[in-house]
Ligand binder design. Structure first.
Ligand SMILES: [Zn+2]
Length: 191
């Protein structure tokens, strides 16, 4: 496989959408390069230049990236890229300028397009991503201090974390953890 094609798959580059599709032999599913599904092993990848070729070879279109439907426009592709960067780097002290630089656009342009296409500013998406990661950690790493989790998912302080968490989730991090731990214990009793 061509090195640039493989790199496009690994980095989920929307700029390659429409240029080629890739099928995964183990799942018999084919995707656009930008698909955010799990990166396949290179030896399992087959490259196709059209949807028809992929279907003729016995592959089904992925339900996530819908390669059989119209490709994303440039603005949608930019937003997908930005989300991708935030999904990857949310634990770092990421700023709008950092994301824009990764994508080679101006922060102003990124903010405007993101807001229009996604309905929220990039910062809101980033906070949501961090809170989701925190929820997961609170639920599964019971002994880990909450401050530790707050910093690990990219918050600057535990008080900023608590305020944001409460606003988005509707309860405090410790309450969330207590509720989750209790429901897990109940499940164990029920077993
Ligand atoms: Zn896909």
């Amino acid at each position: 496989m061509d090195e640039s094609l493989w790199r496009a798959i690994v980095r989920c580059e929307p700029t390659f959408d429409g240029q080629f599709f890739y099928g995964v032999v183990t799942t018999r599913v084919f995707c656009r390069p930008s698909c955010r599904s799990r990166t396949p092993r290179p030896e399992n990848v087959r490259i196709f230049t059209s949807v028809d070729d992929a279907i003729a070879a016995g592959f089904r279109p992925c339900k996530r990236c819908r390669p059989d439907e119209d490709p994303l426009g440039p603005d949608e592709a930019l937003v997908e890229c930005a989300k991708r960067v935030m999904d990857r780097l949310y634990s770092a002290p990421l700023k709008l300028g950092d994301i824009a630089r990764e994508l080679a656009v101006s922060p102003y342009h990124l903010h405007r397009v993101f807001r229009r296409v996604a309905g929220t500013p990039p910062a809101a998406y980033l906070l949501q991503t961090r809170v989701e990661a925190a929820k997961k950690a609170l639920a599964t790493e019971c002994g880990r201090p909450i401050t530790d989790i707050a910093l690990a998912v990219g918050f600057r302080s535990s008080s900023h974390f608590s305020t944001t968490f409460r606003r988005i989730v509707g309860c405090s991090p410790s309450r969330y953890r207590a509720l989750h731990v209790r429901s897990q214990a109940e499940q164990e009793v029920a077993r």
